[in-house]
Design a protein around this ligand. Structure first.
Ligand SMILES: [Fe+2]
Length: 263
């Protein structure tokens, strides 16, 4: 049986090349992740990046993003997040599909089912929005996907994750999202999201999910803090292996250089 293999990377937060964000160079961090992907996982089928591609939506950041990822041997599937600027992103990536209302949403056929890429961005706000137009698009995509196994990628988690500071900027239309998905939930093999800059996995209404640390900066583990506590825990990407019966998500601290030894 052939595994579908892909990389989940999130929250690259690129800014103008050469500038620092919280003392780190986000582009250098992305380049380190791409070095690792090319060296260790060049056989992946694609790379999925779940939003906050740019920190303030600058055109120069999207230009740097495109240049950096262009060296990958596999395609990249982009999701936009609350820090992104939809129009600036689409200007730099004109071939990325948009739905009839201009949202960066698409259906991608995979050997093992369909990947639905959703757009939860709303200009000027940190929380996620899944408006009636996007709900209608999802309802139609779900209805016309027959009984195919589904994989969903979005920036904002459509449920609380137990971190007060991040739940305050979660998906505003979570109840509507849940209602649209409910008749098809049994077919969802996995939900991938970003936004929280922390490794979290579990299940929601029976749907398995995972997210992971970002490339430049993290959110510290504090369940109760009202303000978002930043941290510099190590960056990571995930290597996802999937076939009809199984989905595996391996988190990889790609900057770890500790020695290896026989156990
Ligand atoms: Fe982010």
């Amino acid at each position: 049986m052939r595994w579908t293999k892909f990389i989940h990377l999130t929250d690259t937060h690129l800014i103008e090349p050469g500038a620092l964000l919280y003392g780190n160079d986000p582009l250098q961090r992305v380049q380190a992740a791409l070095d690792s992907i090319c060296r260790e996982h060049g056989d992946a089928d694609f790379v999925l990046v779940t939003g906050d591609l740019a920190h303030t939506g600058q055109p120069a950041a999207y230009q740097a993003l495109q240049q950096a990822f262009s060296r990958l041997p596999m395609p990249v599937r982009w999701v936009i997040g609350n820090h992104d600027d939809r129009e600036a992103f689409c200007a730099q990536f004109p071939t990325v599909p948009r739905d009839a209302n201009g949202f960066v949403q698409q259906r991608l056929a995979l050997p093992l089912g369909e990947l639905l890429i959703l757009d939860t961005n709303a200009p000027g706000v940190p929380y996620g929005v899944f408006c009636a137009q996007r709900q209608a698009w999802l309802a139609e995509a779900l209805a016309s996907s027959a009984e195919a196994p589904l994989y969903i990628a979005m920036h904002h988690p459509p449920f609380d994750v137990g971190l007060a500071s991040m739940d305050a900027i979660g998906l505003k239309d979570a109840a509507a999202f849940e209602a649209v998905l409910a008749p098809h939930r049994h077919r969802v093999r996995h939900l991938f999201f970003g936004h929280v800059h922390r490794p979290i996995s579990g299940s929601w209404c029976g749907v398995p999910f995972s997210t992971l640390r970002a490339t430049n900066h993290q959110v510290a583990f504090d369940l109760h803090a009202a303000e978002i506590p930043g941290s510099f825990e190590p960056p990571a990407y995930a290597v996802v292996l999937a076939h009809a019966q199984q989905t595996l998500v391996h988190n990889h601290d790609f900057l770890d250089a500790s020695p290896r030894f026989p156990l």
